[in-house]
Design a protein. Structure first.
Length: 100
C-alpha cells in the first residue's frame, strides 16, 4: 500500500506527464510543503520503487539554460494507486454508508 504522500503524488500526476516544478506547486497548494531536496528524494524513492518514471530535459528560458524533470506514473504506480484507493474507501465510513 502507498503512503499518503505517495498516493497524493501519483494522484496529482494522473494520466498526464507533469514537470517537477509544477508538481511541487500542486503539492504546496494541497498543503504539502517540501524543500527541493526533500521533493527530489521522495520522487527518487518512488522511481526506485517503480511507481513513477522521469526524464530530464534542458531548455533555455530568457537565455538561461535550465534542466527540467518530467514525471509520469508507471503501470505499477497506477495499480498500487487503485489498490490504495480501494483500501482507503473500505476504511472510511461516513454517516450510515460506506464512502464510495
Amino acid at each position: 500500500m502507498l503512503s499518503e504522500l505517495q498516493y497524493k503524488v501519483i494522484g496529482l500526476i494522473g494520466v498526464e506527464a507533469v514537470v517537477g516544478r509544477e508538481l511541487r506547486k500542486m503539492l504546496a497548494a494541497d498543503g504539502v510543503k517540501k524543500s527541493g531536496p526533500a521533493f527530489y528524494q521522495l520522487t527518487a524513492r518512488m522511481e526506485e520503487a517503480g511507481l513513477i518514471e522521469s526524464s530530464l530535459s534542458a531548455k533555455l528560458i530568457d537565455g538561461i539554460p535550465l534542466k527540467e524533470k518530467t514525471y509520469w506514473v508507471t503501470g505499477e504506480g497506477a495499480k498500487q494507486f487503485k489498490e490504495t484507493r480501494s483500501d482507503y474507501k473500505s476504511k472510511f465510513i461516513f454517516g450510515k454508508g460506506v464512502f464510495a
